[in-house]
Design a protein around this ligand. Structure first.
Ligand code: ATP
Ligand code: MG
Length: 140
């Protein structure tokens, strides 16, 4: 299996409820290594760029408001099949449909305020990581 990197965001609903450590514990218990991490306040421009793929969706405005409403923690996670593994432990977008034990089942408030983001492909992971981290901030 390939060692990959994926991009993660601990979203405002989770930082607001002091859940950074609890979510990091789930990540580490799954065998993923946090090789970069910083707490930032996302700007409107950053959020719009990051979620540009959803620009035409009815929830886009709400999504940008939510992502800029409080600090987020951006992370790079590394491990075997990191992209698919993180999607698996995050759980489904809507916490009502998420599997037991997943981050979203345990912590998410709603389909919008769903506690975490994870890249959906290796290609998008590389693009997303480059949006928030320079090479010397990632220490594997
Ligand atoms: P993410 O990209 O954040 O990892 P995802 O890939 O599971 O989540 P997407 O379909 O890419 O889900 O949606 C991006 C984000 O937009 C969701 O995580 C959620 O915060 C928000 N979102 C998605 N669908 C809705 C909706 N119907 N109403 C409100 N917000 C939504
Ligand atoms: Mg997505």
């Amino acid at each position: 299996m390939a060692i990959e990197r994926t991009f993660s965001i601990i979203k405002p609903d989770a930082t607001d409820r002091n859940l950074t450590g609890a979510i990091n514990a789930v990540i580490e218990q799954a065998g993923l290594r946090i090789v970069a991490q910083k707490r930032i306040r996302m700007s409107r421009a950053e959020a719009e760029t990051f979620y540009a793929v959803h620009k035409a969706r009815p929830f886009f405005g709400e999504l940008v408001e939510m992502m800029t409403s409080a600090p987020v923690v951006v992370q790079v996670l590394e491990g075997e099949n990191a992209v698919a593994k993180y999607r698996e432990i995050m759980g489904a977008t809507n916490p009502d449909s998420a599997a037991p034990g997943t981050i979203r089942k345990q912590f998410a408030k709603s389909i919008g305020e769903n506690s975490v983001h994870g890249s959906d492909s290796v290609e998008n992971a590389a693009i997303e990581i480059a949006q928030f981290f320079s090479g010397n901030e990632i220490v594997g």
